[in-house]
Design a binder for this molecule. Structure first.
Ligand code: ZN
Length: 220
């Protein structure tokens, strides 16, 4: 384990919870930051807080309601449907979200003397989100280091994993059941396996089925 400190950008979903376990295995000290930007489901914040408490991780919740004011989107507005039209970004995309989240996470990280910032962004199941690309994260890492004169390292353990491999990572970290039962990924605000039909549930389910098919855990 490295004698270093990390901040995990944490939503309480499958990906960032897996990142939390990844960070806890790797770094001596881990804290989490969750952004409140007016998510449809306040449950998301409660879920993140519950997980952090259970894992004994110090949890910071930062107000980012500005984001919703700037860029209304399907994650925050009930009157915007969750959909993706051919050749367009899905309505769940929020311009600048990862740029702002990672930047604020970096300000916090420096305050608490953490070098590492861990985020669950992923280029593999790419929905076309430009700020989930590896090139963006690397570019921002350089910018953050220059802007604050501080040697941040942005870690992206899921960057090249598909959803099945993310389940496999959770399993390797001894966190499969925890991630499956305690996280919230569903756009309709239903914990664990979720509603089963929104895009987030379909993606999560497909990955889980692929992982289970290839593992010795057996079918469910
Ligand atoms: Zn769902």
């Amino acid at each position: 384990m490295r004698k270093e400190k990390a901040v995990v950008v944490f939503s309480g979903g499958q990906d960032s919870t897996t990142c939390m376990f990844w960070a806890m295995e790797r770094f001596e000290e881990v804290e989490a930051v969750t952004f409140n930007y007016g998510q449809r489901h306040k449950l998301e914040l409660d879920c993140a807080a519950d997980i952090a408490r259970e894992l004994n991780v110090k949890h910071h919740i930062l107000d980012m309601s500005l984001l919703n004011q700037l860029a209304p989107n399907a994650l925050t507005r009930d009157d915007i449907a969750i959909e993706q039209k051919e050749g367009e970004l899905p309505t769940t995309f929020v311009d600048g979200r990862n740029l702002l989240f990672l930047t604020f996470a970096a300000v916090l990280a420096k305050q608490i003397s953490a070098k590492h910032i861990v985020t669950g962004v992923c280029e593999t199941d790419f929905s076309g989100y430009p700020d989930c690309r590896d090139v963006f994260v690397k570019s921002l890492n350089v910018t953050l280091n220059l802007s604050m004169d501080y040697p941040f390292v942005i870690d992206t353990p899921l960057m090249w994993l598909n959803k099945a491999e993310t389940w496999e990572l959770a399993d390797r970290l001894g966190a499969f059941d925890f991630v499956r039962e305690r996280t919230l990924t569903c756009y309709n605000g239903i914990m664990a396996d979720g509603c089963g039909h929104c895009p987030a549930c379909l993606l999560r389910r497909r990955g889980l089925d692929d992982f289970l098919a290839g593992s010795n855990r057996g079918a469910v």
